[in-house]
Design a protein. Structure first.
Length: 232
């Protein structure tokens, strides 16, 4: 039995997984599987309409630090994930990629952005989770809460831009990724501070966004690999 399983793995599974593992690495693949597990657990709780006790507790704890100065900072940060800003940044990024003759990158970038929009809209409608109503909010949101569109969108948009910058400027890769992580995290925190999302909304948004970003980057890397093989 073990020999049959081993032969089946070597003949059918391993040849298909090898390029994927070589592209994103064992750590990347393990991270994606872990995120899938966490998302499945959260999604099950949301569908069953179970209350997350730490959601409310964390928001109320965070709200005690609210003050006018911090309000302005958080409003500015959250605007970096607003649809208007995202569309502007995405449009400029696409034009720059096309102008620099990175057509494949530009195409995958469009796919990444459109996919993020579809995922966000579809998941919000599917789960139909109401937003928090714990205090008078500085901004109003009419869409559903789960997952956070700001978290999902910023992960895909700024994550893809960071990947491209790090690819073309490898010497500054650590600096680029560090700034991007801080930016994406700040956007998520701003949504919690403003009381328009539950913590699990942010976690789910980051998780879905990361998985979709990894899929798009993997497609781009595999396409580059095919092109190199054709040249060789």
């Amino acid at each position: 039995m073990l020999r049959q399983i081993s032969n089946f793995w070597l003949l059918h599974i391993h040849p298909r997984l090898a390029p994927l593992i070589a592209t994103i690495g064992i750590v990347g693949l393990a991270s994606c599987l872990l995120i899938l597990f966490v998302l499945a657990e959260i999604a099950e709780e949301v569908l069953e309409r179970d209350a997350f006790r730490f959601d409310t507790t964390f928001l109320l704890w965070l709200h005690q630090f609210a003050n006018p100065s911090l309000d302005n900072v958080m409003l500015f940060i959250t605007n970096l994930g607003n649809p208007t800003t995202v569309v502007l940044v995405a449009g400029i990024t696409f034009l720059l990629l096309w102008w620099r003759r990175y057509q494949e990158e530009a195409k995958v970038f469009v796919l990444a952005c459109l996919g993020a929009l579809i995922l966000n809209t579809g998941l919000k409608l599917f789960f139909s989770k109401p937003r928090p109503e714990l205090w008078h909010r500085l901004i109003s949101e009419k869409s559903f809460s789960f997952p956070s569109g700001h978290a999902l969108g910023s992960m895909v948009l700024y994550g893809f831009i960071a990947h491209e910058l790090a690819t073309h400027y490898p010497r500054f890769a650590k600096f680029i990724y560090s700034l991007t992580v801080i930016l994406i995290a700040a956007i998520g925190i701003s949504r919690l501070y403003l009381g328009v999302h539950w913590p699990t909304d942010i976690i789910a948004g980051y998780g879905v966004g990361f998985l979709w970003l990894m899929i798009c980057i993997t497609m781009l890397k595999l396409q580059r690999l095919r092109q190199r093989n054709l040249v060789d």
